[in-house]
Design a protein around this ligand. Structure first.
Ligand code: ASP
Length: 308
């Protein structure tokens, strides 16, 4: 019996190495089955509710597609602006309401760090944290390591540069947490000092070899993977700081082709100005595949939580 059955997924630290390996296996078989049959039958009579109170493209769609391809049903909460939240309904009441209709899983994105855990306390249904402000995005971390595994056939021993907004970004923290469950990982945190990784993340990955660097050029030749992230404009307290820092990095073709070795390029997307479109047709550019991998590993996760 799988051990995530009925569980809330709040932090990437919850995933043990065996969980990741099992979910990757399941994602690979679901990929084959879905390619062959289109829509499967595992989640028949099950309902997944998506509650996205902050913008999303890939996470919402890939969860919804994953559930439909598993043969289940999806109910979407709709935009926060169109729901009673706009009339002043509290987050707690909204969650209680959604849960009251008895969904089998609730996928929740909202902007307050820690509120995914609060929702999990309120709701009977398992809650999957699809991003709680700058804090965490555990299923993004799953699809990130799945993509690394698909490209390199290993996760142990990788050298990864995580670049961009490591302070306000939630994908760098969740990715660091999940990688900390593997062996011999080296993480280069590439960011200007003001956007460097939060100390609490470093505390939680104790034992992982990491280094802070200010420029990607300094470590490019070392890397198996370069994971680029955008500046989280919506989370900057001071808009002038965003304006000042937004030109800090740009990964483009001209920069990359200078190196003898070009790492795999990943990005959780959306990209803004930190990753140029002229990188897209390099064979190392994997971000669109990464987004697609999200659907399969989320399907594997849903299936396991449902115990079907
Ligand atoms: N889509 C990712 C997230 O929700 C990355 C980003 O928005 O920059 O965290």
């Amino acid at each position: 019996m799988s051990n995530l059955r009925g569980r809330d997924i709040i932090s990437a630290l919850q995933f043990e190495r065996e969980d990741v390996e099992r979910l990757i296996d399941a994602a690979e078989s679901l990929r084959k089955e879905i390619e062959e049959k289109g829509i499967l039958d595992y989640a028949r009579n099950k309902i997944l509710a998506t509650v996205f109170l902050e913008p999303s493209t890939r996470t919402r769609l890939s969860f919804q597609f994953a559930m439909v391809k598993l043969g289940g049903q999806v109910i979407d909460f709709g935009l926060a602006e169109a729901a009673s939240i706009a009339k002043g309904e509290s987050f707690e009441d909204s969650m209680r309401m959604v849960d009251g209709y008895d969904p089998d899983i609730i996928v929740l994105r909202q902007k307050v760090p820690g509120n995914a855990a609060k929702a999990a306390e309120i709701c009977k249904a398992p809650v999957i944290n699809a991003g709680d402000g700058w804090n965490e995005h555990p299923t993004q971390a799953l699809l990130d390591v799945y993509t690394i595994w698909r490209e390199l056939r290993r996760i142990d021993g990788i050298r990864i540069g995580i670049m961009g907004d490591l302070k306000y970004g939630r994908t760098p923290s969740s990715l660091s947490y999940i990688l900390s469950k593997f062996k011999d990982i080296k993480i280069y945190y590439i960011a200007p000092e003001q956007l460097q990784i939060r100390p609490e993340v470093l505390e939680k990955i104790r034992g992982v070899d990491y280094e802070k660097v200010d420029r990607p050029e300094k470590v490019m030749e070392e890397l198996d993977v370069l994971y680029v992230t955008r500046l989280q404009k919506e989370r900057f307290e001071d808009p002038s700081e965003y304006e000042r820092l937004k030109g800090s990095y740009n990964i483009n073709r001209e920069l990359l082709v200078k190196f003898k070795h070009i790492p795999i390029i990943m990005h959780p997307l959306p990209r803004v100005f930190e990753l140029s479109t002229d990188v897209d047709d390099l064979p190392q550019a994997k971000y669109f595949e990464q987004a697609k991998n999200g659907m399969y590993i989320r399907a594997a996760l849903i299936k396991e939580i449902l115990g079907v």
